[in-house]
Write a protein that binds this ligand. Structure first.
Ligand code: ADP
Ligand code: MG
Length: 323
């Protein structure tokens, strides 16, 4: 599969710069430490809608999506910068204060310090640029490119919840007192995702993961990114994919649930690969259903096989893409 950003790599190539394409850029900091850094753009009406999401949820999500990229490198987030373009009429509503409340609350949870940003006026819609930087031991950032043939493919939690939450919003079911408990659980997966910072750092501490990515676009697309960068293929088992507990209320058939889990996106769980000899490191999490084994890395470069009822189909990446 071609990356949306291949044209940028091509242009950069002309200037003999290094390769782009992981969840964060990795830069040398000092003799013992590398710096990782990521930026995420959130555009109103494209990445979020103000009538679906309170300012506080939006602030949380702006921090969460970037923290999740830092987690995907196995790094510890440390600093953040936040820039916002906002129309005057929204500025006057006190939006920004509530937004920062959600943003700072999540930053504080992971000891992340805000060190700057920028603010400007836009004609009509909000635009947010969230930058988070973190640290990792030199050479220890977990890249998308490290998966080896025979590695186990593992995810750090249940999938499809965020996509199901989005379905509810599309139907006009919002996060408020009249929403049922199961609806609120799904809505929170969409509106208030929790990045897997600690799980990612633990994986790095015991050298368990050979490659890692966070699930932002959707399993089918994000696994394709890992396969592309690692020059490998994958085989995953439909009956091993962990569905969010409340999916059944939104998706009736197994196929509908599978579609949400494979292609829905925004779950912000980790997808990583483990050398089978290191499986003992994650045995407890697998047993307690904190992690889920879903398949294996194969030598079929960039081919993802989905094993479903003893049949094998080729899985196409159908996760989120802007263009
Ligand atoms: P993620 O979903 O992990 O945030 P993206 O899909 O946004 O990652 O981006 C994939 C890769 O492409 C990242 O390494 C990112 O830095 C790079 N990238 C995306 N957009 C641009 C751009 N406009 N210029 C340079 N690199 C970009
Ligand atoms: Mg990512």
């Amino acid at each position: 599969m071609k990356s949306e950003f291949e044209f940028i790599e091509k242009i950069r190539g002309r200037y003999s710069l290094g390769k782009i394409g992981d969840d964060c850029a990795v830069l040398p900091k000092d003799s013992k430490t590398d710096l990782v850094i990521t930026t995420d753009l959130l555009v109103e009406e494209i990445d979020f809608r103000r009538d679906w999401m309170s300012p506080k949820f939006l602030g949380h999500k702006a921090m969460a999506v970037s923290l999740s990229d830092v987690a995907a490198m196995g790094a510890k987030p440390v600093w953040a910068l936040l820039s916002i373009g906002i129309p005057e009429k929204i500025w006057k509503t006190g939006f920004v204060e509530k937004f920062y409340d959600g943003y700072f609350r999540l930053a504080q949870k992971f000891d992340v310090e805000i060190v700057g940003g920028d603010i400007s006026k836009t004609p009509d819609k909000i635009v947010i640029d969230s930058i988070v930087a973190g640290e990792v031991k030199k050479g220890k950032a977990i890249l998308r490119s490290g998966a080896q043939v025979g590695d186990l493919i593992v995810v750090s939690g249940e999938l499809g919840g965020a996509a199901a939450g989005l379905k509810l919003l599309e139907k006009g079911i919002f996060y408020n007192d009249s929403a049922k408990i199961w609806q609120r659980k799904l809505l929170l997966k969409q509106l208030q995702p929790l990045p897997r910072i600690h799980a990612a750092q633990d994986l790095n501490e015991n050298n368990s993961a050979t490659s890692m990515i966070d699930l932002s676009d959707g399993l089918s697309s994000d696994l394709a990114h890992v396969c592309r960068e690692s020059k490998v293929g994958a085989k995953i088992f439909a009956d091993q994919i962990p569905f969010h507990k409340n999916l059944r209320a939104v998706a009736k058939s197994f196929d509908e649930k599978l579609n949400l889990a494979l292609n829905g996106g925004e779950d912000y769980e980790l997808l990583f690969t483990v050398n089978p000899k290191k499986k003992f490191h994650i045995e407890n999490q697998l047993k307690n259903r904190h992690f889920f084994y879903i398949g294996d890395i194969t030598a079929n470069e960039e081919i993802i096989e989905l094993i479903y009822d003893d049949k094998t189909e080729i899985l196409q990446p159908k996760g989120f893409r802007h263009f």
